[in-house]
Design a binder for this molecule. Sequence first.
Ligand SMILES: Cc1ncc(COP(=O)(O)O)c(C=O)c1O
Length: 437
Amino acid sequence: MNAPLLKHSPTSIYHLESNVRSYCRECDVVFATASGATLTDIDGLRYIDFFAGAGSLNYGHNNPYLKKHLLAYIEQDGVTTTLDFHSDAKSRFIERFEQVILTPRNMHYKLQFTGPTGTNAVEAALKLARKVTGRSTVAAFTHGFHGVSLGALAATANADKRGAAGVELSNVVRLPYDGFFGPDIDSADIITSLYQTAGSGYEAPAAIILETVQGEGGLNCARLGWLKRIEQLCKDLGALLIVDDIQAGCGRTGTFFSFEPAGISPDIICLSKSISGYGLPMSLVLIKPEHDLWEPGEHNGTFRGNNPAFVTACAALDYWQNTQLQDAIATNAALMRIRLEQIIARLSPGVARVLGRGMFLGLRFDDASIAGTLVSACLEQGLLVETCGPQSEVLKLMPPLTIDTPTLQQGLEQLERACFRTLSINATPTDALQGIA
Ligand SMILES: Cc1ncc(COP(=O)(O)O)c(C=O)c1O
């Protein structure tokens, strides 16, 4: 039997929560239940979720297939937490990951389970790269986001997050991401010349860490050719290429790994967020075997063995044993992009543009305040979204990959209404004009 829902007015209790809380300041809703691509609050109001737990719910809330496996595991008293002892659930996940993800892609990696946050996976990757190369400096990119613990934070570019460190953030050099200087300048030329010009002051780093699409940094997408050039530069410098696929991975951009279309082969890959498939905490670092120079226990953490997460992670891999999900992502992504282009076509020229790749899309507004206003306007329509970018100028849209078409259409309609109301456009819904199914 379900417990009765508690009804707390947000102000009556949440002032006890630290000032550090943030999302709930823009979204004064008390969520209670969730299913697929929708959330329901304590008053029974339903919201379509284009936030997806910041990318940790790619397969939707309480995905029934994953839930079935999870409940069966708990019911049979499956072990819950095992640090890095062997466990049945972990063995099954490793075996299945090798079978479904690595082998078909001809990828050879060892799996390191770190503490279950993305930032801990990044910490491990950076430490290992330093150990492997004997070099201390890591190169990271403008607008990159890699987490908020000190090592990862040093690689993160966001000024507010860095400001909270309270100590010097060191041993990271900042490089210009693709497009940083505008469309006419290829930053790979600049980076290559910085590293290859004698006396430039740039020394070969331990690693170059990057996101193929910068999730927090504003949905900047690296071109595939640019990624190839950075990979080549790493080879030339004897530096490791680390792809932080914590947000862009697990299908978000259309393929399991976001870098697949670029044909690159990173030395280290960080996964977290949707790797467990169910929103359960889990992180995974993939390491080319020749770089696995860890001593036993050198990077540890109590919650590396979250077995319920291994169970749902293993079941989620079933989505990747054929191309069905990948095809659905492509269809949904096309539908989203067309609708977004139609929305901005109705706004004044230059007000907004569409950014991103796959189902990792957004609208960047020239006037940064608009995106923030739209978060509230969308919520009024029953749509949960967030912003990203250095000035929160991008409205980020990340529905679960498994969202059904009517719900996706409904969410896009809510977005359109919110945009037109916020920007005072008296418009007939695009569906009526354009005849979208
Ligand atoms: C690309 C990337 N790396 C690392 C992190 C940090 O993950 P976590 O918040 O789980 O520590 C995030 C979180 O948004 C991320 O998007």
